[in-house]
Design a protein around this ligand. Sequence first.
Ligand code: G3P
Length: 221
Amino acid sequence: MKLFIDDANVRMIEWLCAYYPIDGVTTNPSILARYGTKPVETLKAIRKVIGKDRLLFVQTLSSESDKIMQEARKISWEFKDNTVIKIPVVPEGLRAIEYLAKEGLEICATAVYTPMQGYLAAKAGAKYIAPYVNRIDNLGYDGIGVAKTIQEIIENNDMEAEVLAAAFRNSQQVLELCRFGIAACTASPEVITGFLKNAEVTAAVNGFAADFAQISPKDWF
Ligand code: G3P
């Protein structure tokens, strides 16, 4: 399963990429708005710290399909290779996804709350489908279930798309989808750093160091 950071804090992204096996960064307008008034500069800084090979996801803002397409082409030109355009799955977005996919742009269909949105976006040619797991849970539905259903729709219909599940609140949600074989997850730095937060593990590791420190010399050589 690919693992992405769902954030735009450049220093945090740099640190996470140095310590965790990260495949790229996903952003959306709300995330970018949290980190200053120059989103293009923020995205360029993110590209610099993640390198040219990791994926960078950038979302369009327009609500009409022609404008979404113009925006997508501009984003693609500005940020070049390994940039994926996120487009919400509403009728105008779906139309743009179909055109842009035919042009060869890599699209992540986003704001996915239902399996039907996932099916339509995959059929329109989106490369990634992003169900919002925790937001679906908060509506009283089953977010993990929606992600799994979309994965089954893709597999059972020989579609090319991959599920990139988003909007997590804890490690368990991510692990459940990893176990199921979902292609990718994107999570906030808080959730990612929580993956290895375990007091027992920390105590065990500290115990090794403390025991070894009883002898002399204190290091191997
Ligand atoms: O990028 C969209 C999605 O990840 C939203 O997540 O945490 O704002 O619900 P969240």
